[in-house]
Design a protein around this ligand. Structure first.
Ligand code: ADP
Ligand code: MG
Length: 259
């Protein structure tokens, strides 16, 4: 099953008065991968955290799979990957994944776990504890854990921040196949435009804080992505369009004198 997300007038002002997200309407299609792109501090994480049920909206409504978010989140499989991988330190990579499966009441299948560990490039580290892994490896373990439960909704907040360039490219090549095959609705927060174009079906460009939608771009590149993706004119076209929308969003919020 995959779920769609509807935000209607969704907004967040933190206690103390910081307006992070201005009333925002957004419909994310079931089974699609959407990237949320915007300048640092614009409210991306706040928006994602509301979708994950980790932050209460100040205004508006959020429905996931046609029901109030809290209801769906409780029954639909949700997996969240943060920039900072939250692995349990006293459990090995495999045991962290097993725990996620137990919590989701899904069977522990050794071969599936081994396949995921292989896919994220952690062969040989299944029985290693997080402290003995590099930051990038921990992040890959967190990714394997998130995917292990076969979630309906996968929310990722700058998941590749701590991962080196090469691994990043490898993950970007391998991971979409997993969530696409399963019809997972995926939301990816990133400040990397090339990553957004590489991974997503759609890019929602947000303005500087408070976040509003400045552009909504369909990324109609072939799936699975070809190995020469970055050499395609269409790829460059989408990268340019996303950058243009980002700077347009920034320009709009500058005082007139500064433009
Ligand atoms: P982004 O992920 O785009 O960098 P965030 O959503 O983390 O942005 O933050 C948006 C704004 O809200 C920032 O100004 C940040 O300082 C503020 N903010 C984030 N979390 C909190 C919080 N828990 N309490 C108060 N202000 C917050
Ligand atoms: Mg953030």
């Amino acid at each position: 099953m995959s779920v769609e997300i509807h935000c209607n007038g969704l907004a967040k002002t933190y206690p103390g008065g910081v307006e992070a997200v201005r009333p925002l309407d957004l419909r994310l299609e079931a089974g699609q991968t959407t990237a949320l792109v915007g300048p640092s501090g614009c409210g991306k994480s706040t928006l994602l955290r509301m979708m994950a049920g980790l932050e209460d909206p100040s205004f508006g409504s959020l429905t996931i799979g046609g029901a109030p978010a809290a209801e769906t989140l409780a029954r639909a499989g949700l997996a969240v990957v943060f920039q900072d991988p939250s692995l349990l330190p006293w459990r090995t990579v495999r045991q962290n994944i097993e725990l996620a499966l137990d919590l989701a009441r899904k069977p522990r299948k050794g071969s599936d776990i081994a396949q995921l560990i292989h896919l994220v490039g952690l062969d040989g580290f299944a029985d290693t504890r997080p402290a003995a892994l590099s930051g990038g490896m921990r992040q890959r373990a967190a990714m394997a854990r998130a995917l292990s439960t076969n979630p309906d909704l996968l929310l990722m907040d700058e998941p590749f921040g701590a991962v080196d360039e090469l691994t990043r490219a490898q993950l970007a090549a391998d991971l979409p196949g997993i969530w696409e095959a399963r019809g997972t609705t995926t939301v990816l927060v990133t400040h990397s435009v090339t990553e957004a174009v590489t991974l997503s079906d759609r890019i929602v460009v947000l303005s500087p804080r408070p976040a509003t939608v400045v552009a909504d771009l369909a990324i109609d590149l072939p799936r699975p992505r070809p190995s020469n993706l970055k050499a395609l004119d269409a790829f460059q076209f989408h990268v340019d369009a996303t950058f243009a929308a980002l700077s347009q969003g920034v320009a709009k919020t500058l005082p007139k004198a500064a433009q």
